[in-house]
Design a protein around this ligand. Structure first.
Ligand SMILES: O=C(O)CCC(=O)C(=O)O
Ligand SMILES: [Fe+2]
Ligand SMILES: [Zn+2]
Length: 592
């Protein structure tokens, strides 16, 4: 077989494979080519392709399209003559230094990768281009281009001045200012901003971000309560596309050039999220008219990023944010003001109904008794009455016949799980029971455990009532062990191993007229009242199904240190010991 025929056959095989991806190759020469075996997924370097074109000066390439994750790419030439010059020169040839033979076909059409989006910027966003000149940029780069930092995130390097930005809680500790204040070289910035009508006192906190090409920052809003109404970002070294997202669904990419100053106030500061995608390139964005509206065109052409350093200046503050933008505001999603009927409805939807649905799956994941619970249970003397309030599947019930155990559980699904387990245990009564309406007699128990329950009540008054029930059911002198989830997870294994894992998103759900944040599993809690996803898996022959069926959201109020102790004291329970174990606050208390 001749060489040409071999190449031809190879191309036909590629064409058949591409057809299954909806790409139809053509025998008729036209201006478009598909490169069958080079694409983003093959580690393609766009410049290598452009170089091939540059060797053929008579041809003109309009567009190069490499879709994410694909092993092919497209070339769009100005004419079919240009395309055929390229085709005849390179098809089936060893074109790259790494020995790759390039195979290509003509195609009728290429994917439409151009995306239109509105021209306007978020309200309150001001981008001042050329805010500093090249000499000033160089001076700032020299000042801040650190080699080593104390904190290095996965995505970029950071350094702080004035106050350290704490990545778990996304705030600062006002009680521990840093010895390094914002360098005085920055003072020209506030003076200059005045000439743009922005009159500010000097900020007191600076985060320097250094991004290598390929690095970025997850989409976020700078937390409201710890910082004031203006955030500044000065860009050095490289332009970048910053993506802006509004909770209404609006999404805007904005080119942030080097030497520009970004001023975020109003909606842009409080109601939009911003982020930078971790990639080595950015799309080139052009402008066009659609009707009489100016719109942005995100083209499939790209530019390569360079190292970028940004200076984010903030003004620290204390107290709860009082902005009028509620969706992303950390101060607005507290359930504290809810009236009781609404709180009860929230718990019905996001606690009770969820446990009913996940009972079997939940139970299959809960087996071991925590060490401190075991320690408490072991000291229960013979003949005692022990109440387990919120017993779940009964995993904390002891294999003891010398005490009377009563397992109380609100969820009938879990109570069934508990009943089938209890058969193995000994003398246990299982009762359906709601902590706010417990029908049991006063002072009926010598000992009570209430493990991971109280955090499901959504207002302080309901939590007080729940703990008051524990106090009522205990006989004088009786003891209880109560545990709840702690807001601080930094001392537990719950967090992702990666230190300072950044929060990826700020998703929220409207419930009971409130905007509740949805927690991202294995990250530090950002809020006190939140929804925690449970990925529900079905069961097949006593084994978990491979794929989650759906995600359900459980409501939690996570506790600060001392908060549980306070609840106990409100119910005249004497706190004998109080400790932190595996992400939980725990107390042992005694009824007086
Ligand atoms: O790099 C930037 O310009 C943005 C940095 C940022 O958003 C932040 O530090 O909060
Ligand atoms: Fe930010
Ligand atoms: Zn706010």
């Amino acid at each position: 077989m001749t060489e040409d025929k071999k190449v031809d056959r190879k191309c036909k095989r590629f064409a058949a494979r591409l057809k299954s991806k909806g790409i139809s190759c053509s025998n008729m020469p036209g201006p478009n080519l598909v490169l069958c075996n080079v694409g983003q997924a093959t580690g393609l370097v766009k410049d290598d392709i452009l170089n091939l074109c540059n060797y053929l000066p008579a041809i003109k390439l309009r567009k190069f399209i490499a879709e994410k994750g694909e092993s092919y790419s497209f070339l769009v030439f100005d004419t079919k003559e240009s395309a055929s010059v390229f085709f005849n020169e390179y098809n089936g040839k060893n074109c790259f230094n790494n020995g790759t033979f390039l195979y290509m076909c003509y195609v009728d059409s290429v994917p439409d990768t151009e995306v239109l989006c509105p021209y306007s910027n978020p309200e309150g966003l001001l981008l001042v281009e050329d805010f500093i000149n090249i000499d000033e940029e160089k001076a700032f780069v020299d000042l801040f281009n650190f080699k080593e930092t104390n904190s290095s995130l996965k995505n970029r390097q950071v350094k702080h001045f004035g106050y350290e930005f704490r990545y778990g809680s996304n705030d600062v500790d006002l009680n521990s200012p840093l010895p390094d204040k914002i360098p005085k070289e920055c003072d020209i910035l506030w003076t200059r901003l005045k000439s743009y009508g922005i009159d500010l006192d000097p900020p007191d906190q600076l985060t320097v971000n250094k991004y290598m090409p390929g690095q970025g920052i997850p989409s976020h809003v700078d937390k409201h309560s710890p910082f004031g109404p203006t955030i500044l970002s000065l860009s050095l070294g490289s332009s970048v596309v910053m993506d802006w997202k509004h909770h209404s669904g609006k999404s805007l990419p904005i080119i942030i050039p080097a030497r520009s100053m970004l001023v975020m106030q109003g909606e842009a500061r409080y109601d939009w999220q911003h982020g930078i995608q971790p990639r080595t390139w950015d799309p080139i964005i052009e402008y066009t008219l659609q009707g009489n509206q100016r719109v942005k065109v995100i083209t499939s052409d790209t530019t390569n990023r360079q190292t970028r350093i940004s200076l984010t200046f903030r003004w620290t503050r204390s107290g709860k944010c009082d902005c009028p933008y509620k969706t992303l505001c950390d101060a607005s999603n507290s359930t504290e003001e809810l009236d009781d009927a609404v709180a009860s409805n929230l718990e019905e939807l996001h606690v009770h109904q969820v446990y009913e649905r996940i009972a079997e799956h939940f139970s299959s994941t809960r087996h071991s008794t925590w060490p401190r619970v075991l320690q408490f249970l072991r000291q229960v003397p013979s003949g005692a009455v022990l109440l387990d309030l919120g017993a779940g599947n009964g995993k904390n019930l002891l294999h003891r016949t010398d005490i009377l155990q009563i397992a109380g559980e609100r969820s009938s699904g879990l109570l069934n799980e508990c009943k089938s387990y209890v058969g193995e245990v000994g003398t246990v009564d299982c009762v359906r029971l709601d902590l706010l309406q417990a029908g049991l007699k006063d002072s009926c128990a010598d000992f009570i455990i209430c493990i991971a329950v109280i955090h499901h009540f959504s207002t302080q008054s309901r939590r007080v009532q729940a703990v008051a029930t524990i106090a009522r059911l205990l006989r004088p002198g009786g003891r209880a062990l109560i545990t709840v989830w702690a807001k601080d997870q930094t001392r537990s294994n719950y967090l992702c191993r990666e230190k300072d894992k950044e929060v990826q998103s700020n998703s929220t759900v409207e419930v009971a007229g409130l905007t509740l944040p949805v927690h991202e599993n294995r990250t530090q809690f950002q809020h006190k009242d939140l929804l925690v996803p449970w990925k529900l898996r079905g069961m097949k022959e006593n084994k978990l199904a491979d794929k989650p069926e759906c995600t359900l959201l459980r409501y939690y109020h996570v506790f600060e240190e001392g908060e549980l102790d306070e609840l106990c004291e409100l119910s005249s329970l004497l706190v004998e010991s109080s400790f932190y174990e595996e992400g939980n606050w725990c107390v042992v208390c005694k009824k007086i």
